[in-house]
Design a protein around this ligand. Structure first.
Ligand code: HEC
Ligand SMILES: [Cu+2]
Length: 316
């Protein structure tokens, strides 16, 4: 059979919505290009030199035509603006119940970490019908994460977390690309996304035995890097307890003032790598920087641990 796919398959809930907008915009484009093109050629032929047509009384302007060419394009562009803005928000605001998968790009591979503990490279396994949020960063240069079948793409930057989300709608295997030129082997920075039935996904997660979860791994690192020595109530060092910190506003000393910053992934990460940047009010800036000592996947594990104790009571 003749098989010439113009579009990758639509495998996420937002893919058909994005395609509909794209087709509408292309339709508008083709319609007006044809309309103008046909009129230009048509008038060119009709009013060409030597053709016997009535050239007396050329109209200087037509109010009704002006109204038409102002009002119709205005309605169309407002429609496209509203439609695409709505879609943009839906594409970039993950639902609150989305499962988070952490992603680290590095020359030239993708490392993906599931909260349940299993990690993978250049392969992403996800369950059908459940929203998944990707929390992404890079260990070296700028990469870009692209799954054409889901119609999502986002740059992955060193020193920052960016995110993407999708809800797979069709079981199958789909392509995953790095779509930002990132060095010699950029073209090899590719992988596969496996959308599985939820039961198969559960089985896949525990295939290699139920290991420690990402947060449990994070706790191990928290002890290993001596964070616990200061942060779990030390006799000699005055450091804040980290239970209940994640997601809350934290008072930061800013000269003589105090400002509040939400303790999100970015804040925790910067607290570990650039501790002098934001010092919690009431504490001395004695925390050492862990820059170049903890790699990106481990940072994400420590953040997952701090997140996992977000609802735990502090004893101070
Ligand atoms: C020498 C003691 C010490 C060590 C070791 C240490 N910290 Fe800290 N940490 C502090 C102090 C003191 C503060 C508060 C002052 C500031 O913000 O720098 C702090 C602040 C923080 C904050 C912000 C807390 C808040 O309430 O907003 C986080 C998060 C944090 N540390 C994580 C870590 C992690 C993770 C490690 C290990 C990789 C670590 N710390 C190692 C002393 C330490
Ligand atoms: Cu890349």
């Amino acid at each position: 059979m003749w098989d010439f796919p113009l579009f990758p398959s639509q495998a996420s809930t937002n893919a058909p919505r994005l395609d509909a907008l794209m087709l509408f915009e292309v339709g508008v484009l083709i319609f007006f290009s044809l309309l103008i093109g046909v009129l230009v050629v048509g008038f060119g032929i009709r009013f060409r030199r030597g053709n016997a047509v009535d050239r007396s009384n050329p109209p200087t302007h037509s109010q009704s035509m002006e109204v038409v060419w102002i009002v119709i394009p205005m309605i169309l562009s407002i429609l496209m603006y509203a439609w695409s803005t709505q879609l943009f928000f839906d594409l970039y605001e993950a639902p609150a119940d989305a499962a988070q998968v952490d992603v680290v790009g590095k020359q030239w591979m993708w490392y993906l970490q599931h909260p349940q503990g299993r990690s993978e490279t250049n392969e992403l396994h996800v369950p059908l019908g459940r929203p998944v949020k990707l929390n992404m960063t890079s260990q070296d240069v700028i990469h870009s994460f692209f799954i054409p079948a889901f119609r999502i793409k986002q740059d992955v930057l060193p020193g920052r977390y960016t995110s993407l989300w999708f809800q797979p709608s069709k079981v199958g295997v789909y392509d995953l690309f790095c779509t930002e030129y990132c060095g010699t082997n950029h073209s090899n920075m590719i992988g596969k996304v496996y959308v599985m039935e939820p039961a198969d996904y559960e089985a896949w997660l525990s295939e290699k035995g139920v290991g420690p979860s990402q947060a449990e791994e994070g706790e191990r690192l928290f002890v290993q890097h001596h964070c616990a020595g200061c942060h779990r109530g030390s006799q000699t060092v005055h450091a804040p307890k980290l239970e209940g910190v994640y997601g809350k506003p934290v008072p930061i000393q800013d000269g003589k003032d105090v400002r509040f910053v939400t303790a999100d992934d970015r804040y925790i990460r910067d607290s570990i790598l650039l501790p002098q940047g934001e010092v919690v009010a009431g504490y001395e800036p004695i925390m050492p920087s862990f820059k170049d000592q903890i790699n990106e996947p481990d940072l994400l594990k420590i953040i997952a641990y701090i997140k996992s104790i977000a609802n735990r009571e502090t004893s101070q």
